[in-house]
Design a protein around this ligand. Structure first.
Ligand code: PEP
Ligand code: MG
Length: 615
């Protein structure tokens, strides 16, 4: 998915209609990927780019190293942004590609070993100025030299273009140095619909569901972290709407139907009337589902099923309380690290975890330790140089989750200590992300035991018993080693989002291949089945916390495979509970057998999705 930073680039704007606008613009219906249900009606808001503010300043000689490190982090970040942009070029028309590719290459060269970067470094060390001052001073010197270059050449426009390229890279570096977001959501008018090309998960976490009516973007897929965030916030959203930002201008009225995956720009009076009815019907349906809040999650034949909520940011706590979830089955702690300039220290983390555990009033909370990587860029980690450069290559396969934590044990130890301190407030579990080998679990447990020992020696108050240490089963490698991993871990949480992505080689947030992303593919189901059976054989707790758990139609299949614990976005809990209460375990087991005999994904889709409940 393209990041927000894309808008900082001079991508060619496709010409908007050159004919005079008719008084009533025609209605346009655009199809996308349904991501978060509900209907939003409102004016289009396209977030504006905030200006990076910087003050030119001198530094002491002792600060050279820290300023150089800040510059390195900003260069790395800029390179990543530009590489992502280059990867996206293929979707543009050929003539635009021909125009932009050399420009991007020039930018990339400038954030490589270039005259610009050498000059900036020299300014920091010799002139003793801050990194952003050095960027501005050097770029001004270079642009002045370019513009003053031999007046005998007859290409002043070419010189101006070259100078503008240098200025553009300087702006990008300063923006990254000053951690200025590429857009701001602070002034979104109440009731507006955010329309933009792409939205990063960290940006989605900044949206205020009480002000914003809905979200629609050109890019993105149903299982990406942006989609997860939008569902968590209960915000109607459609992503992956091709051509959206060309067709919707600020101030246009739009209808976003997050259930159907349709965005209507300039709706006709008839469409508006239907949409308003849809809003009322959705609210009524939500009210009806609210009665499930107090009912137990028990099948018709008396089997209790645990339904918990996934959580990303504290703003979700009220929604989780309303949903009737029995605790938090997945706290994605990395979201607590996003949108910050520095890493939260142990005390700050303890406070956050403690407040969540206390809010759950005795229901268990499963805290997943930091899963940095993939789409989940965390600026604080980058600016503090925690994240290695290898992340550039192929982030989903790189230094993610437990790999990063084992490489940076100080990060891991701080988080474990914070969780242990907070866990005296209520039942807690610790969950490791992106495990692929038994060795990783052993190494993690060794660090965990070491921290427990250290805190005990220090006389700190610790929970008794010590929180269990479980693992995500979200890579095919982990799923197929589940029998061995079951002997090392205290519990499994099956992450079907990444599991499907890695098993099918389909990016979970990539709208181009969204149709290929199929968690019901027999390969994915067999991995889920293998891991579940490995856990059940040794009587170890196992749950599903990927998006599959949130789909009520999948309840019979998952129950039939032996699963009894699900964690999902809070707003899905009532519907899933309704499905649980309509199922019988016998019926589900028979149904799951029939499904697992199939090898044709389409047939499985028809069986599972065409079938609302168990028999
Ligand atoms: C998963 O991969 O299914 C999962 C729950 O983790 P995340 O969505 O945070 O990657
Ligand atoms: Mg995952």
């Amino acid at each position: 998915m393209a990041p927000f930073e894309d808008d900082a680039l001079p991508l060619p704007r496709r010409p908007r209609g050159t004919v005079p606008q008719p008084p009533m613009p025609p209605e346009r219906r655009l199809a996308g990927i349904p991501v978060s249900p509900g209907i939003a009606i409102g004016p289009v808001f396209g977030a504006a780019e905030p200006q990076a503010t910087m003050v030119r300043r001198k530094i002491a000689a002792a600060d050279i190293a820290s300023q150089t490190a800040r510059l390195d982090a900003a260069v790395l970040q800029s390179r990543k942004q530009l590489l992502k942009l280059r990867a996206r070029l293929g979707v543009l028309p050929e003539d635009s590609q021909a125009e932009i590719a050399p420009l991007l290459d020039a930018y990339l060269q400038m954030v490589g070993p270039s005259r610009l970067l050498r000059g900036i470094r020299r300014h920091i060390t010799e002139m003793l100025v801050s990194a952003e001052t050095a960027v501005m001073d050097t770029s001004e010197e270079i642009t002045a030299a370019i513009l003053a270059m031999a007046a005998d050449d007859d290409d002043p426009a070419g010189r101006e273009r070259h100078a503008e390229e240098v200025r553009e890279i300087a702006r990008r570096l300063v923006r990254n140095l000053t951690l200025t977001p590429f857009r701001s959501f602070a002034r979104i008018p109440e009731g507006a619909v955010l329309v933009c090309e792409g939205l990063r998960p960290a940006d989605a976490a900044l949206l205020d569901p009480s002000r914003l009516a809905g979200v629609a973007t050109d890019e993105g897929g149903a299982e990406g972290h942006t989609a997860i965030m939008l569902r968590a916030l209960g915000m109607p959203a459609v992503l992956g709407v091709t051509g959206l930002s060309e067709n919707a201008r600020p101030g246009d009225t739009v209808v976003v139907d997050g259930g159907a995956g349709v965005v209507t720009v300039n709706p006709s009076p008839a469409t508006l009337t239907t949409a308003r009815r849809g809003v009322t019907a959705f609210a009524r349906e939500q009210q009806k589902l609210a009665r499930f809040r107090r009912l137990p999650a028990v099948t018709l034949d008396g089997e209790t099923v645990e339904l918990q909520a996934n959580m990303e940011i504290p703003a979700e706590l009220p929604l989780i309380a309303q949903a009737g979830a029995a605790g938090i089955g997945l706290l994605r702690s990395e979201f607590l690290f996003m949108n910050r300039e520095t890493m939260p220290d142990e005390r700050a983390q303890t406070e956050i975890y403690r407040s969540v555990i206390e809010a759950m009033g005795g229901d268990p909370v499963t805290i997943r330790v930091l899963d940095w990587g993939g789409e989940k860029d965390i600026e604080a980690l980058q600016s503090e140089g925690v994240v290695p450069e290898a992340g550039d290559q192929n982030p989903a396969f790189g230094m993610r989750g437990i790999r990063l934590l084992l490489r940076r044990p100080e990060l891991f130890e701080t988080q474990l200590a914070a969780i242990l301190h907070a866990a005296v407030a209520g039942p807690t579990r610790v969950l490791l992300p992106m495990v692929t080998t038994v060795g990783e679990v052993r190494a993690a447990r060794e660090i965990y035991d070491h921290i427990v020992h250290r805190l005990r020696r220090h006389g700190d108050r610790l929970p008794d018993p010590i929180p269990p240490l479980g693992i995500m089963i979200e890579t095919p490698g982990a799923a197929l080693s589940a029998d061995a991993l079951a002997l090392e871990a205290d519990f499994f949480a099956i992450g079907t989002n990444d599991l499907a992505m890695y098993a099918l080689a389909v990016g979970r947030g990539d709208s181009e291949v969204a149709a290929l992303y199929d968690p019901l593919h027999p390969a994915v189901l067999r991995l889920v089945q293998f891991a579940t059976e490995a856990a059940l054989r040794v009587r170890m707790p196992v749950s599903v916390c990927g998006e599959m758990a949130a789909n009520p139609r999948l309840v019979p299949l998952l129950l039939g495979l032996g699963l009894r614990s699900f964690s999902m976005n809070a707003s899905a809990v009532p519907r899933v509970k309704q499905a649980v209460r309509a199922a019988t375990i016998d019926g589900c087991v028979r149904f799951a057998h029939r499904v697992m005999e199939q090898s044709d994904p389409e047939r499985i889709q028809a069986m599972v999705l065409g079938r609302p409940g168990a028999d």
